[in-house]
Design a binder for this molecule. Structure first.
Ligand SMILES: *[C@@H]1O[C@H](CO)[C@@H](O)[C@H](O)[C@H]1NC(C)=O
Ligand SMILES: *[C@@H]1O[C@H](CO)[C@@H](O)[C@H](O)[C@H]1NC(C)=O
Length: 560
C-alpha cells in the first residue's frame, strides 16, 4: 500500500508524460477556455466599483433620501449587483445541456453571444432601473455558463500531470478580470467627467471586448476529445487527441488515453439508470460513488462561499471605508491593488502548488491563511468598535487598523491559493465522463445560489444592531466557517493530483469514511497510460511503436 502523494506523485506523473504533450496547440486551447474566467471577474471588479461611482449613483438615484432609507438603499444596490448572480444560477443550471449536446466549443460561442447581448442591454439602460436588472440578468445567463463549460473542457484537454495548472488558468483569469475591471473604473473615474454615464459605460465595454476575443480564439482551439468520444465520434476524438498531444495517433500515450476513455464510457453504460433525460440525474444522485462526489462538491461550495472572501471582493470599497480608508479614488486604488495581490496568488497556486504539493495541501494552506486574517479583523473590530463611526482614534488603534487592512490583503492571498482555485477544479475533475458536465452544472448552480445569498446577506449582516450582526460579528461568523472548512477538507477531500480522470472511479468507490484521508494512497488511479508507459520509457516506446501498441491493446482488453 501507499502510492506516492504530493510531490512524489507529481514527479511520477510527469515522468510518464511525453514531452510533446506540452505544446502550443494545448497552450492555445487552454488559454482560450481559461480566459473565460475573466467573465465573472470583470463583472465582480466592475460592478463593485460602478455602484460607487458618482455618474452611476446620479443616473440611478443610489443615495439615501426621504423615500429611501439606508436599508432600502442597501437593498437597491444589492439587487443591481446580485442580478448577474441570479442569472448565473440559471446559466450554470442550463450549461450542461449545451455542453453535452453541441460540444464544448459551440457551447463557448453560444455563451459569449448571450453575454454580449446582456451587456448591450445593460449599458443602454439610460436611467431605466428595470432595464439594468434585465441586462444584468442576461449577462449572468452567459457568465454563469463559463464556470461549467471552461473547467470541464480544461480538465478534459489537459494531460493529467498538469491538469491542476490548466484548470487554475481559469481561476487565475477571474482575477485578471477583477483587476482589469477595477483599473478600468479607476481610470474612467480619473479621466471622464462624473456627470456623464460614459464614465461607467466605457469601463463596462471591456466585457464585449473579452467575449469577442474568446469567440475568435474558439475557432482555432481543438474540441475536447472526451466529448467527441462521448457522442460516438471516435475518429475525430482520435485525431483531436493526437493534435492536442502533438503525438501520432498510434503513439502508446494517445492510444492508452483513448482506451481509458472508452473503458470508462463502457463502465458507465453498464450501470446506467435509464436513458431518458432523468437517467443522468439518477446516476448522479443514486450511485454511491457519484453521490459522494456531488456531496463533496456541494460541501466545498457551501463552506468556500461563506468563508467571507467573496463578499470582501464585492464589497471591498465599503470594507476599506469601514477601516478608515476614505476618498473615492483612494478607495478604488486600494481595491485595484487587492486584485493584483489575488491574481499573483492565483498564479502561484496554479504554477507551483496545485499539481506539485497537491490539491489538499494547497487548499489547507489557503484556508489557514484566510482564517488567521479573518480572526485578526474580527478581534480588531471588537476591540476598536469606534472605527465604524469614524471617531478619532489613538495612535495604537490606528496602527492596528493598518494591520487590519494588511489582513484583508492577506485573506485575499489565502482565498486565491485555496478555495477559489479548488472550487472550480474539484467539480471539473472528479466526475465520470457521462455525468461530468451535469455534475459541474449542479455544483456551479449551488455556487451561485450561495454567492447570491451572500451578496444579499452581507450588507444586512454588516448593519449595526438587530437583525444585523454588525461588522465585528460578521467577521467572527466568517472565521468560524473558515475553521469548519479546514476540518471538512481534512476529512472529506481526497488528493486528486496526478490521478487520471478515468482513474478517479477507483478512488470514489472506496468506503466513504476513508476516501478523504486515505483514498489517494490506497489507489493508483493512473489508468492504462501509466501501465503502457511503464513498459518502457517514452522514447523506447516510440521507437518500438508497433510492439507497444499491441501491449496497449492487451491492457485495454484485459480491463474491458
Ligand atoms: C430588491 O429585491 C427585493 C427582492 O429580492 C425586493 O423586495 C425589493 O423591493 C427590491 N428593492 C428594490 C429597491 O428594487
Ligand atoms: C476535431 O473535432 C472537430 C469536431 O469538433 C472536427 O471538425 C475536426 O476535424 C477535428 N480535428 C481534427 C484535427 O481532426
Amino acid at each position: 500500500m501507499g502510492n506516492p502523494v504530493g510531490p512524489g506523485m507529481f514527479k511520477a506523473a510527469l515522468a510518464e508524460t511525453p514531452r510533446e504533450t506540452f505544446n502550443w496547440r494545448l497552450a492555445f486551447s487552454v488559454i482560450c477556455f481559461g480566459l473565460m474566467g475573466a467573465a465573472r471577474g470583470l463583472d465582480e471588479g466592475l460592478i463593485g466599483t460602478t455602484v460607487t461611482q458618482k455618474s452611476f449613483i446620479n443616473e440611478y438615484n443610489l443615495k439615501t433620501s426621504k423615500t429611501l432609507n439606508a436599508t432600502q438603499l442597501a437593498n437597491k444596490i444589492g439587487n443591481i449587483t446580485a442580478m448577474a448572480q441570479i442569472g448565473s444560477v440559471g446559466g450554470a443550471l442550463i450549461a450542461f445541456i449545451a455542453c453535452d449536446k453541441i460540444g464544448r466549443l459551440w457551447a463557448t460561442r453560444q455563451l459569449c453571444i448571450v453575454w454580449i447581448v446582456g451587456v448591450i442591454i445593460f449599458i443602454t439602460s439610460n436611467g431605466s432601473y428595470g432595464q439594468v436588472l434585465a441586462g444584468r440578468f442576461i449577462m449572468g445567463l452567459g457568465i454563469g455558463q463559463t464556470t461549467v463549460v471552461a473547467p470541464t473542457y480544461l480538465a478534459e484537454a489537459a494531460p493529467r500531470s498538469i491538469r491542476g495548472l490548466c484548470i487554475c488558468i481559469f481561476s487565475g483569469s477571474v482575477y485578471l478580470g477583477i483587476m482589469l475591471g477595477y483599473f478600468a473604473n479607476w481610470g474612467t473615474s480619473l479621466h471622464i467627467s462624473n456627470s456623464t454615464s460614459k464614465q461607467w459605460v466605457d469601463a463596462t465595454i471591456l466585457h464585449i471586448i473579452f467575449a469577442g476575443i474568446i469567440i475568435i480564439m474558439s475557432f482555432f482551439a481543438l474540441e475536447s476529445p472526451r466529448w467527441l468520444a462521448k457522442v460516438g465520434r471516435d475518429e475525430q476524438a482520435a485525431t483531436n487527441m493526437s493534435k492536442l498531444r502533438k503525438l501520432p495517433q498510434d503513439h502508446p500515450y494517445v492510444r492508452a488515453e483513448l482506451i481509458d476513455i472508452h473503458d470508462q464510457l463502457e463502465r458507465e453504460r453498464e450501470v446506467t439508470l435509464g436513458s431518458g433525460f432523468l437517467g443522468p440525474f439518477k446516476e448522479l444522485f443514486l450511485l454511491p460513488g457519484n453521490r459522494y462526489r456531488i456531496l463533496l462538491g456541494l460541501g466545498c461550495q457551501l463552506l468556500g462561499q461563506w468563508s467571507g472572501a467573496q463578499s470582501i471582493t464585492i464589497y471591498a470599497p465599503q470594507f476599506f471605508a469601514t477601516l478608515g480608508v476614505t476618498g473615492s479614488s483612494e478607495k478604488l486604488f486600494a481595491t485595484a491593488i487587492f486584485g493584483v495581490v489575488k491574481f499573483v496568488s492565483a498564479l502561484i497556486c496554479a504554477f507551483f502548488l496545485v499539481d506539485f504539493i497537491g490539491r489538499k495541501r494547497s487548499l489547507s494552506l489557503g484556508i489557514i491563511i484566510q482564517f488567521i486574517s479573518m480572526l485578526y479583523v474580527a478581534i480588531y473590530l471588537t476591540v476598536v468598535p469606534t472605527i465604524t463611526s469614524g471617531k478619532i482614534q489613538t495612535l495604537s488603534q490606528k496602527r492596528a487598523g493598518t494591520g487590519a487592512i494588511a489582513m484583508i490583503y492577506f485573506s485575499g492571498v489565502g482565498w486565491a491559493l485555496g478555495w477559489n482555485s479548488i472550487q472550480y477544479l474539484i467539480g471539473a475533475e472528479i466526475f465520470p465522463l457521462r455525468v461530468r458536465s451535469l455534475g459541474t452544472s449542479m455544483i456551479m448552480c449551488f455556487h451561485f445560489v450561495n454567492q447570491y445569498g451572500n451578496t444579499k446577506a452581507v450588507p444586512q449582516m454588516l448593519i449595526v444592531g438587530a437583525p444585523g450582526l454588525s461588522p465585528n460579528g460578521t467577521f467572527w461568523f466568517f472565521s468560524a466557517i473558515t475553521l469548519l472548512g479546514l476540518g471538512f477538507v481534512w476529512f472529506f477531500l481526497p488528493e486528486t493530483a496526478g490521478k487520471s480522470l478515468e482513474g478517479m472511479d477507483e478512488l470514489f468507490n472506496l468506503p466513504w469514511h476513508i476516501i478523504g484521508r486515505k483514498g489517494a494512497a490506497l489507489t493508483a488511479g493512473k489508468g492504462s497510460v501509466a501501465e503502457a508507459m511503464a513498459l518502457g520509457d517514452t522514447e523506447k516506446a516510440q521507437m518500438a511503436g508497433v510492439e507497444q501498441v499491441e501491449n496497449v491493446e492487451n491492457v485495454g482488453k484485459t480491463k474491458a
